[in-house]
Design a protein around this ligand. Sequence first.
Ligand code: SF4
Length: 345
Amino acid sequence: MENKELIQKYLDEIVISAKEIGRDIILMEICGGHTNLIMKYGIRDILPKNIRLISGPGCPVCVSSQYDIDCMIELAYRGIPIATYGDMLRVPGSKYSLDDARAKYGKVFEVYSVQEVLKLKEEYPDIVFFGIGFETTAPMTAFLLKNNVCVYSVHKVVPPAMLALADEDLKVDGFIDPGHVSTIIGRKAYDVVPAPQVIAGFTPERILRAISVLLELIKNNKGVVINGYPEAVSEEGNKNAQDLLEKYFYIADSKWRGLGELPKSGLEVFDDALNAKIKYKDILKDVPEPVKTGCRCGEVLKGLIEPSQCPLYKKVCTPESPVGACMVSEEGGCAIAFRYGKENE
Ligand code: SF4
């Protein structure tokens, strides 16, 4: 149940600050869960005209590169059993998706938990887990590595992507930082990004409060990180999860869909024997660079265009027949725009 009084209070604050700042402001929400909430409650529509909210690369499925999907399809083609989370199966690679690969070659499994992967390993000892997502899902993949499951990791870490997005071309004035990722990495992890930031929870009130606080920071020229979700996010984050990540992964450069290769933005498997990219390097070396599809997910993920500005949106690309990753996941910007019919042109 929304607290209407609080909502009105934050809106009033936002209106006053927007007037005082007196110029156009761009705020980016990083988390797909926040994007969903913002679209569901029409938050973009009720903000003053000079405050623009754009969506960032916070959907784990959407930022996984087409090349990595092609690599997984190649492994499936060679008869190597694959397991991954549901949405990833539907993301198109250069020619087709892992779902199509399942129909053609079999042994591609959709899982909802790491326990299911361990169960599959009893029957398929050489199963490869396609590990996707941010710091939130990576500890579960670390648990699989601890149990000797081979992993193809496309796990990403959030702060380096924010650093890339904070560059001058994009002109983001402030960030609404993700709630779930922050429970793992803690408030301090964002200090490396020199921009006003507020970590937010998952209610319309909290999003509006984050916007109000961000405008206050911008007004006072303060590039600091405020924890607006203190009941779940601590200063240091979850030490146990961080220890697991440190033990089984190392930080490496990583390919992001739409953002290209970002330095020190991915988690790579420490143990070569459990790293599918090393173990199957002879198979993977011939996977070509991805074919261009006309999808503009990259620009959507950077907040450079709205989904409706992609020529394929709703015409060729729909949730039933997605051309790009942003139309697949519940947290994808194009799928969210399609769901709520808010194009924000
Ligand atoms: S509408 Fe489809 S093709 Fe266009 S950017 Fe979004 S996912 Fe890509």
